[in-house]
Write a protein that binds this ligand. Structure first.
Ligand SMILES: Nc1nc2c(c(=O)[nH]1)N[C@H]1C(S)=C(S)[C@@H](COP(=O)(O)OP(=O)(O)OC[C@H]3O[C@@H](n4cnc5c(=O)[nH]c(N)nc54)[C@H](O)[C@@H]3O)O[C@H]1N2
Ligand SMILES: Nc1nc2c(c(=O)[nH]1)N[C@H]1C(S)=C(S)[C@@H](COP(=O)(O)OP(=O)(O)OC[C@H]3O[C@@H](n4cnc5c(=O)[nH]c(N)nc54)[C@H](O)[C@@H]3O)O[C@H]1N2
Ligand SMILES: [Mo]
Length: 774
């Protein structure tokens, strides 16, 4: 096994990554081998093997991996390599006890890397930081919750508190958390969505009146063409590869747009097809693969629209005029904007030729039912909102909405990130939500919008003494500008994290700091009366279903998230307005509250117990558009003057555009290991992927160590040291490296217009030869 075990020297600094050519398809034997390795590493092989058979099954638990949908019919056993990693990582028998914290100071733990911190195992005891000894020390649950309530009560205004949520959290925890925050008096409810698909929500909301994707899993069976923009499903949504492969097998056109050559978008061998595995077979995924430059997608889409308008002008029946007339507004303004955008501008920004873009347009026009999928390669740029609007524009031009096999598919990240928003985790709540909460609880709800993730850091940076409460996640590590963020978090009066595993956020302490361990999704969660509890989640296709853990908890004293949250709520708010204890005793009670407040959850408790749950209707699917005009709206946004890669080309001093992405062995800030199999990297994460021409032009050599230097115009030094140069199939001027190690390079205010998502796929960097020697 190439990843170090927890007794070996730990820091990733000693790693010397090995680079190799990966020739196999995605999936296949490599995936099965990895499954075995991760089962063993968890030290709970039998428990985990049993758990895997309950993954995504009606009587089991929802995969804590990605948010891809589950088939309504078909395979009754669905798991993927990275789902296995997610499960085994949580249900390990390794435990982080008080002895561990007694042995290591927080200052020492800060020198450990993300892998080593989480690999210590599950957190099992509440801990409180003692600044005098620099150790976390055990604290009683009552004392921890009393401290939180007292600190919150002592704040001059509720808006000095920040309530962060990560998208793994189930609907019931999310509902309780937002209710607690709002009854306390603030909409400061940032979440990981702010760093993720925010642009999709903003753009879809404006264009179609609803922020969610319009397609269901069945639509992929009927699509004639599937376009995939800015996504690496081989690693991040492996079950999507199965869906894409079935589509490819029946002859659908699959067109990928990605600056990198991603193996999973090329070929896939399904580990669940025994015959194929025996014959080392595989199937091609993409029929066409375009490699635009970073941030070039809006120009690509605009070029495709331009080609369609040109053909329409020449009398070809490529546009769906009837659909446009019936269901849309603002076509003329859009058409004018497209026609005045020059091909030269489009090509320069896209990094693709006019011929390539026209070819993509023909593929699109030929299909009678097209789905467009996208993820972080689209949403983590400055101009992400207009780019998603352009995706919708293109779909509207050919009537690809509201019919089988067609529509929008923003492929979400965390397994319940979409559900958390549905439950009201949002710093900009709608009046409808606040009105519904007021009418149910007969208390005024805060109306002023709260802070999003970036604004939360700015607030903590600019004002001392805030309280930060994190429900799951690793906020400090996930957000941009790590050094600025850490300094900001350090100014808090209290930081408290409800977590399953130790991570860096716990080590960046406020005046007071708490680690509050809880049950994970794989574990049985019993009420005080012994009744097994059920939680619910919503996937990318708006399917809501139940999830019940089956493993024995790693520690019998571990509370659920809901036990912790309701305990805090009782101390902070009392039980006059909400009977928190009733919620804690039976999550059905929480679901009754949800049913009363959130639209679409009628008979929630009954419907969620049906196999596969139920579908939350999306109006766009029925061609109903709750927009201002009542129709789907074209947008006539202008292309950005210059995207980052164009700005960098003109800049003196060898600047490049960097995208920060996930390796195959990680789940966001959770690092499972040091390999990135499909990209040919072993035993290390400190690598930078570069085009060979850039390597030559800048006078470096593949295999050399370099330091990455970011923008410092605001007087803040941004650099990360010791990355190995890897020659890779990425366009000139476009570099790639892994997140979160590179987050110190992203200035806090480098973020999406309108979405405020850190623009972590277009970061200005330059390279210097490194002093690092391995
Ligand atoms: N195993 C695993 N599964 C996961 C996660 C994980 O970390 N590990 N994370 C979960 C979460 S929260 C999310 S949000 C999703 C993330 O899923 P992805 O969006 O697939 O995640 P990234 O690794 O950020 O990959 C971005 C992809 O977009 C490409 N890209 C980057 N910039 C551009 C661009 O400008 N244009 C185009 N066309 N492509 C570009 C990159 O080359 C890369 O292939 O996955 C979820 N599932
Ligand atoms: N540079 C750069 N930065 C990025 C991104 C990028 O592509 N590039 N991607 C962004 C995206 S898309 C996202 S979604 C964010 C992710 O941001 P987060 O969601 O905040 O981060 P995670 O790494 O998923 O959080 C991992 C931690 O969650 C806790 N945890 C895990 N499971 C549970 C559970 O069931 N309950 C509780 N209470 N705790 C649990 C564990 O303690 C673990 O350490 O990062 C963003 N940051
Ligand atoms: Mo995400």
């Amino acid at each position: 096994m190439s990843s170090p075990n927890s007794d070996a020297p730990k820091s990733s600094k000693v790693h010397d990554p090995k680079v190799f050519e990966y020739h196999n398809p995605a999936g296949g034997w490599g995936a099965l081998k990895a499954v075995g390795k991760h089962l063993l590493h968890s030290r709970s092989v039998a428990t985990n093997a049993r758990a895997l058979f309950k993954l995504n099954q009606p009587d089991g638990f929802d995969c804590p991996g990605c948010a891809w949908g589950d088939p309504e019919h078909g395979s009754s056993f669905e798991f993927c390599e990275n789902g296995v990693k997610a499960v085994t990582w949580e249900s390990t028998s390794k435990r982080v006890t008080r002895d561990f914290f007694a042995k290591h100071t927080v200052s020492e733990l800060k020198t450990w890397d993300d892998y080593r911190l989480e690999d210590q195992g599950r957190l099992v005891e509440p801990m409180r930081y003692n600044a005098e000894t620099d150790h976390y020390e055990p604290v009683a649950w009552d004392a921890a919750l009393d401290l939180m309530a007292a600190e919150l009560k002592a704040l001059p205004t509720p808006n000095d508190a920040i309530f962060y949520t990560s998208g793994k959290v189930g609907n019931e925890s999310a509902y309780v958390f937002q209710l607690l925050a709002r009854l306390y008096g603030t909409n400061n409810l940032p979440d990981c969505s702010n760093m993720c698909h925010e642009a999709s929500g903003v753009a879809l909301g404006a264009a179609l009146g609803t922020g969610k994707g319009s397609v269901r899993l069945e639509d992929f069976e009927q699509a004639e063409a599937i376009f995939v923009f800015g996504q690496n499903p081989g690693t991040n949504h492996p079950r999507m590869l199965g869906t894409l492969r079935e589509a490819a097998e029946r002859g659908a056109t699959i067109v990928s747009f990605n600056p990198l050559r991603e193996r999973g978008l090329e070929k896939f061998a399904n580990p669940q097809k025994p015959l194929e595995m025996l014959h080392n077979g595989s199937h091609a995924i993409s029929t066409h693969y375009f490699r635009p430059k970073l941030g070039g997608d809006m120009a690509v889409l605009r070029g495709m629209a331009k080609a369609l308008f040109e053909r329409d002008g020449a009398g070809e029946p490529v546009l769906d005029h009837q659909f446009i007339a019936e269901h849309t507004v603002e076509l003329d303004a859009y058409r004018r904007e497209v026609e005045t955008t020059e091909w030269e501008t489009i090509e320069a920004q896209a990094g693709l030729s006019r011929a390539e873009i026209k070819q993509a347009a023909i593929l699109y026009a030929r299909s009678n039912a097209t789905i467009i999928c996208w993820a972080m390669g689209i949403t983590q740029h400055v101009h992400s909102v207009p780019t998603v609007r352009e995706i919708v524009n293109l779909l509207l031009l050919c009537g690809n909405l509201g019919k089988p096999g067609a529509g929008t598919s923003p492929v979400r990240g965390h397994s319940n990130v979409q559900g958390d928003r549905t439950m009201g985790i949002f710093e900009k709540p709608s009046d409808e939500l606040l009105d519904a909460l007021e009418s149910r609880y007969q208390r005024p709800m805060p109306r002023a919008f709260g802070v999003d993730s970036v604004a939360a850091v700015q607030a903590m940076r600019d004002q001392l003494g805030k309280v930060f409460i994190g429900l799951a996640g690793n906020f400090t590590r996930a957000i941009s500008d790590s050094r600025v963020t850490e300094a900001a978090m350090g100014q808090c009066r209290l930081t408290a994290f409800i977590s399953t595993k130790l991570n860096r956020s716990h080590l960046v302490t406020g005046k007071y700091a708490l680690i509050l361990p809880c049950l994970g999704r794989t574990e049985v969660d019993r009420s005080a009366a012994g009744k097994p509890q059920l939680i619910t989640v919503e996937d990318s296709m708006s399917m809501v279903h139940g999830s019940a853990g089956i493993n024995r908890p790693v520690d019998s004293t571990l509370p659920s998230e809901i036990t912790i949250l309701t305990g805090l709520a009782e101390r902070l708010l009392g039980s006059d307005v909400v009977d928190w204890a009733a919620m804690r005793d039976d999550y059905d009670v929480i679901r009754d509250h949800i049913e009363a407040v959130i639209p679409g959850f009628d008979n929630f408790n009954e419907r969620v117990r049906k196999p596969r749950g139920f579908w939350l209707m999306n109006p766009a699917f029925e061609l109903r558009f709750p927009t201002q005009s009542g129709k789907a709206e074209f947008s006539d946004d202008r292309l950005p003057e210059q995207v980052m890669h164009q700005q960098m080309t003109g800049r003196e001093g060898g600047w490049l555009t960097l995208q920060t992405m996930r390796s195959h062995d990680q789940y966001n800030t959770t690092i499972y290991g040091y390999n990135d199999r499909y990209r040919g990297i072993e035993n290390g994460r400190q690598v930078i992927f570069l085009n060979t021409k850039d390597i030559d032009r800048l006078g470096f050599k593949a295999g050399q160590w370099v330091d990455l230097i970011g923008e410092s115009g605001d007087g803040i030094t941004r650099r990360v040291d010791g990355f190995k140069v890897v020659a890779y199939a990425t366009p000139e001027g476009c570099a790639a490296a892994y997140y979160p190690e590179t987050n110190p390079l992203i200035p806090l205010d480098h973020k999406g217009d309108q979405s405020h998502t850190p623009a972590s796929k277009s970061i200005a960097i330059r390279l210097e030869a490194s002093a690092r020697i391995v």
